[in-house]
Design a protein around this ligand. Structure first.
Ligand SMILES: [Zn+2]
Length: 443
């Protein structure tokens, strides 16, 4: 038994949203009870006690679009790389990196990303992976790191024809093999999807092979209309818009997750809505790649299940929240935009997306929910209660304020000390491997 108490407890459960001096009791991997610190302490006298020291106790964050393969790009300068548009960014940077990644580098990219997630209070991630020089086994390597670090992970490999049909077929097989493995895993900590890069690097033949190889019960995770070039390509080659092509190829559905959706029109939104397909928004990545601003507020207004990710740009979900908030106000010239939509995406919709793949209720602290709990060292200068937590997170908190992270009932970090890895050792190994990767890229 574990009790986390002596903090402002925010549950995200409408039946009991806030307890001023609250505590949560954890039994194994699940939440056993919630109450005042006094009540819970007296009920579970022998439990290990984690003192929140008056900070904030809340559900851990979920990131619905990550890229572990980008971990070793930080500080890298690629010779001759001067991108003039989104396609240059993909080809000149990301495809250049992913083609060179070795199994060891995939492992340490995963370790670094997941340690950073733990430090930012993120315990569940949906990753979209590519390593065209090392396809086979790549998802299993990432899954092993997730298991070692106690992070809940829904993984996929982004299938693409960009390096030829043999690699595309290998990528389909990696997804299929991993999905079958994840379905058999009964820890509720691993899941798999059929990953796809984007329609403009996928022929009908490859899409059909992916469909034929995909085990039942899972969907696709694919980038959609991230750049205007993707839309032009689809219109030119297929005479239809991107979401129409995906609909015709039977890729949409309640288990499918579409990244970005910047260049989609109202008809495509209707297709997404009518098929109950999920969407994930990644504000910083879209801005950084000069891709444009997606119609995210409209998607949420239409009731499309839209979540918030980072696209590997950061692992701090509060950063993505802050940027989404200002991006849509700026883009729509509307001072009232995004106040309600973005926290709904981050806290409600990310949990709903995650719970299409994981069984235990996520993103909420209530009896029977997954014991994914964080403590933030946050001492508010203004009144704070159940009605204004989102305002405090938006303007006052960052991922660095998270001091304790509990994932599936295990203490992953306590008082900023990561318990599941020797961080200095892992970072030294990451630097060693990334130096090798950079050398293989720049010669
Ligand atoms: Zn992405």
């Amino acid at each position: 038994m574990l009790v986390v108490g002596n903090g402002r407890l925010f549950t995200r459960d409408a039946n009991l949203p806030y307890i001023e001096d609250g505590a949560v009791a954890i039994d194994g991997t699940k939440i056993a009870a919630l109450g005042t610190t006094e009540e819970i302490k007296s009920k579970y006298k022998d439990a290990e006690f984690i003192d929140a020291k008056g900070g904030v106790i809340m559900p851990a964050f979920i990131n619905t679009h990550e890229h572990i393969y980008s971990a070793m790009a930080r500080g890298l300068s690629i010779k001759g790389y001067h991108p003039k548009g989104f396609l240059d960014v993909l080809d000149g940077q990301w495809w250049t990196i992913d083609r060179k990644l070795t199994a060891e580098q995939i492992k340490y990219s995963a370790m670094d990303t997941m340690i950073s997630c733990i430090r930012n209070g993120v315990t569940t991630i949906f990753d979209h992976h590519a390593s065209f020089g090392q396809i086979k086994g790549s998802l299993f390597t990432i899954a092993a790191a997730a298991k070692e670090l106690g992070v809940r992970a829904c993984l996929c490999y982004e299938i693409s024809d960009r390096d030829g049909m043999e690699k595309a077929r290998e990528a389909v097989a990696e997804n299929a093999e991993f999905i079958r493995y994840a379905i058999k895993d009964d820890t509720d900590m691993l899941a798999g999807m059929m990953g796809m890069h984007t329609q403009f690097t996928l022929s009908d033949e490859t899409m059909e092979l992916a469909a034929a190889s995909k085990p039942d019960g899972v969907g696709y995770h694919i980038h959609v209309a991230e750049g205007i070039e993707d839309l032009y390509d689809c219109l030119k080659k297929y005479g239809k818009r991107i979401v129409d092509r995906l609909y015709d190829m039977d890729i949409l559905g309640e288990n499918t997750l579409l990244g970005h959706c910047i260049y989609i029109n109202p008809h495509e939104m209707e297709l997404i809505k009518s098929t109950d397909t999920m969407v994930v928004h990644n504000p910083e990545s879209n801005m950084g790649n000069a891709c444009g601003c997606p119609p995210t507020m409209e998607l949420v207004r239409r009731g499309i299940l839209t979540g918030l990710g980072t696209d590997g740009y950061t692992h701090d979900m509060t950063e993505s929240y802050k940027v989404a908030n200002v991006l849509h106000k700026h883009h729509l010239c509307d001072t009232n935009a995004a106040w309600g939509e973005v926290p709904k995406m981050l806290f409600e919709n990310n949990a709903a997306i995650a719970n299409r793949y994981f069984k235990a209720p996520l993103g909420v602290l209530k009896e029977g929910a997954a014991a994914d709990v964080i403590v933030a060292d946050y001492n508010p200068p203004t009144p704070m209660d159940g009605s204004n937590l989102n305002g405090h997170i938006l303007f006052g908190m960052t991922g660095r304020d998270v001091v304790t992270t509990i994932g599936n009932g295990s203490v992953l970090m306590k008082d900023r000390d990561v318990k599941v890895a020797d961080v200095d050792e892992v970072m030294a190994k990451c630097r060693e491997e990334s130096a090798k990767l950079w050398k293989s890229i720049n010669g």
